[in-house]
Design a protein around this ligand. Structure first.
Ligand SMILES: Nc1ncnc2c1ncn2[C@@H]1O[C@H](COP(=O)(O)OP(=O)(O)O)[C@@H](O)[C@H]1O
Ligand SMILES: [Mg+2]
Length: 362
């Protein structure tokens, strides 16, 4: 079966890498000429709403998925007339709008930070009054890697913050004094079969994911899975869904969801029996799902902005290197490293060693 992927970045690249052993083939629809999935797929280099490209996909693919959240809704609607699109465009429409997303969490009984919509100066001032400061003002759409958001401290001018994010429709959220950030990845098959990966702990730098850790069995696993299950079943979802949470004591406040394979699941390539990429493809292509169990404790480190000396890294026993074929640019994800150990202390030691190599060479 040929799978069409909307978007041709590193997520599409890793989907293709996982799909070839299953006999799948890939076409990406991606406007950029230097798409990093380009070497692994046929490449339709067109706009996401190009009628000819969409027509081609409906005629030559068995199903469509996406790795990018800002595909125009009309393009998905066009594709859906003739070919299955997974995950459902309804899940995408909710996930790309922080207000719809938070309201859905609330409707499904999933805890969140306090929030209020901001679409006018009046609403902004009301929201600040109700939520209080500190708080975070985020654009409803198009934000990623910490972009499109500003933290408002007591005494800051809310209007200035709103202007800083372009005076676009936004959401104000209470700033959560969390103990940890964690995420769960779930997958639902076409027949409703469900699987979940172990909860991972995430560490960000300047709003960008830097490190994900799969440690001991987490006491919050079943709470996170329950929340993820409600979302998967609500949409009759097919594919991988990631949900990010803030941990406050023994509660989980849902921050956002991603209707696609997720950076906090890259460790599953070597660290789980079947990776998030393979399971996403199995789900969308209508195959049985694979085992999501971890093979040990894993750490995934993103390589951001500039690559370190690769020979030094590759000399570390057991280190797995993934490069995305991208050129250096500040804040850009160029690749990642995975470390896998049976013993948690051994993992922490190896992580410290790799971190020191990274800070010496960057
Ligand atoms: N309400 C909040 N309280 C505390 N920290 C937050 C809040 N919202 C976002 N952050 C911090 O900013 C990071 C990025 O925000 P997020 O909403 O996940 O947007 P993005 O789409 O950029 O990942 C989060 O991982 C977290 O570290
Ligand atoms: Mg996030």
């Amino acid at each position: 079966m040929r799978i069409g992927i909307l978007g041709g970045g590193q997520l599409a690249r890793m989907l293709a890498l996982a799909g070839y052993p299953l006999g799948l083939e890939f076409t990406i629809l991606e406007p950029a000429a230097d798409a990093c999935a380009g070497p692994l797929a046929t490449h339709l280099q067109s706009a996401y709403d190009d009628p000819e490209a969409l027509e081609w996909l409906t005629r030559h693919t068995g199903c469509i998925t996406y790795e990018f959240e800002n595909v125009p809704a009309e393009a998905l609607a066009r594709l859906q007339q003739d070919v299955p699109v997974h995950p459902s465009p309804a899940a995408l429409a909710t996930a790309r709008d922080r207000l719809l997303e938070k309201r859905l969490f609330q409707d499904l009984g999933i805890e969140t930070a306090v929030f209020a919509p901001v679409s006018s100066k009046r609403e902004l001032l009301d929201a600040v009054e109700r939520i209080g400061l500190p708080a975070v003002l985020k654009s409803r759409t198009l934000g990623y890697d910490g972009k499109g958001q500003v933290v408002l401290q007591p005494g800051d001018d809310p209007l200035e913050a709103w202007v800083a994010i372009g005076r676009v429709p936004a959401i104000l959220e209470g700033l959560v004094a969390f103990e940890r950030e964690v995420s769960v990845i779930g997958v639902r098959g076409r027949g409703g079969e469900l699987r979940f990966y172990p909860l991972v702990e995430n560490h960000h730098q300047q709003g960008i994911l830097r490190l994900s850790l799969n440690l001991h069995e987490d006491p919050l696993q079943s709470l996170a899975e329950g929340y993820c299950r409600r979302l998967l079943n609500h949409f009759g979802y097919v594919g991988v869904l990631a949900v990010e949470f803030f941990q406050v004591e023994d509660r989980l406040l849902a921050n956002e969801m991603a209707p696609r394979v997720h950076n906090s699941g890259h460790w599953t390539i070597e660290g789980a029996v079947v990776s998030q990429f393979e399971n996403h493809l199995r789900a969308v292509a209508g195959m049985p799902l694979g085992d999501t169990s971890a093979l040990g404790h894993a750490a995934m480190l993103n390589l951001i902005g500039e690559l370190p000396d690769l020979d030094t890294l590759l000399a570390v026993p057991g280190l797995h290197l993934h490069l995305y074929g991208k050129s250096s640019r500040p804040g850009r994800k160029l690749g990642h490293i995975t470390l896998l150990e049976r013993d948690e202390n051994a993992l922490r030691e190896k992580l410290a060693q790799v971190n020191s190599l990274l800070s010496n060479s960057l």
